[in-house]
Design a protein around this ligand. Structure first.
Ligand code: MTE
Length: 326
């Protein structure tokens, strides 16, 4: 397996030795970070691609119409990697844990409640949500804060289409996404790494931006559980941790919401989390990334400002100090 080769930059250089030697006790104790898992995972001898990645090939089809405005020159990451190398801590911290364990998650029936600063709070069932707008296929780059990346064909429609249905009030300034909690089906919940449920958030203008996608499928099929079935968001100019999976609730708020990683390590993971090669993480550079599937000895790819979406989103942050608002 290509990805089981030792990394070019040993994890010991980017993560303190005590950390990668004892990742579990470290994270519980220091509560600090995503990369420790990625780094430690890379040192593992076994396959990083979960066996359930293969099982999920039986997922139903969900063909979106390719939207020419969102096709990019980068070659898409192999489907096996997209659905087999995941971060979904509800199922464990290893990269193959989600593919190995997420099949147990119940994704039907599923409802999504939208509440808070809205004129028309509403609970949608999944079928209604899937009929709300035509499904598009968009190919987005995904850049994880751990300095790896993928190129993923998602199926979905703009989150703005859904938010318009509930009529945000003039007080709605932020959005919070809450992920599902199913204690009997999610073995990772026993590790109190995160104060579950996983919560993430956006500023209202970010949530309404046409790039922000409500996602139901990947690679022309319904989302496999490990990728956040039955619905998640994709926000391609931000680090991947902003893209909450398996969402059950969206709250519109007049104040900045709590978010899971900012709660755990506020000095390492900010609310904005815009991809920015010039602002390093306190423990590693963000100037380049490892494209999953390229192999550890392939050259690293330079990280682009706003993950290559600057022409579309830079204006959202005019006048803002991006170093202070990391
Ligand atoms: N959402 C939930 N509920 N739980 C998680 O652990 N991990 C985040 C994000 N969404 C996470 C989550 C992180 S760190 C990343 S990089 C992306 O999901 C990974 O998405 P993928 O596994 O589909 O590539």
């Amino acid at each position: 397996m290509r990805d089981s080769k030792p990394p070019r930059i040993p994890a010991s250089q980017i993560t303190p030795e005590s950390v990668w030697r004892s990742r579990r006790s470290w994270l519980k104790g220091a509560g600090a970070g995503l990369l420790s898992w990625g780094g430690a995972g890379l040192l593992g001898s076994g396959s990083l691609i979960g066996s359930a990645a293969r099982a999920s090939q039986v997922q139903g089809r969900l063909a979106g119409t390719p939207n020419p405005a969102y096709q990019i020159p980068d070659a898409p990451t192999a489907e096996q990697d997209v659905i087999g190398y995941n971060n979904f801590y509800e199922f464990g911290t290893g990269k193959s844990d989600p593919a190995d364990h997420a099949a147990r998650m119940q994704t039907r029936p599923w409802t999504l409640t939208i509440e808070g600063e809205v004129e028309k709070p509403r609970t949608f069932d999944l079928d209604a949500l899937m009929k709300l707008a035509p499904m598009e296929e968009r190919i987005y780059r995904l850049r994880c804060v751990e300095a790896w990346s993928m190129v993923i064909p998602w199926e979905g429609y703009p989150l703005a289409t859904l938010l318009r249905q509930v009529q945000p009030t003039s007080k709605a300034k932020f959005v919070q996404f809450e992920s599902a909690v199913q204690p009997e089906n999610m073995p990772g919940l026993h590790d109190r790494i995160i104060d579950w449920p996983y919560v993430e958030g956006l500023r209202m203008d970010e949530a309404l931006h046409p790039l922000t996608l409500l996602v139901f499928g990947v690679y022309g099929k319904l989302l496999p559980n490990q990728n956040g079935a039955p619905l998640r968001v994709a926000i391609p100019w931000k680090y991947g941790f902003k893209s909450g999976k398996s969402i059950v609730r969206i709250r519109l708020l007049d104040h900045l919401p709590e978010t899971s990683w900012a709660r755990i390590a506020p000095h390492e993971y900010g609310f904005y989390a815009n991809v920015n090669p010039k602002v390093p993480h306190p423990r590693w550079s963000q100037a380049s990334e490892r494209r999953i599937g390229d192999g550890f000895f392939a050259p690293r790819v330079p990280t682009l400002m706003f993950n290559g979406y600057a022409d579309q989103v830079a204006s959202l942050y005019t006048g803002m100090d991006l170093r202070a608002n990391y």
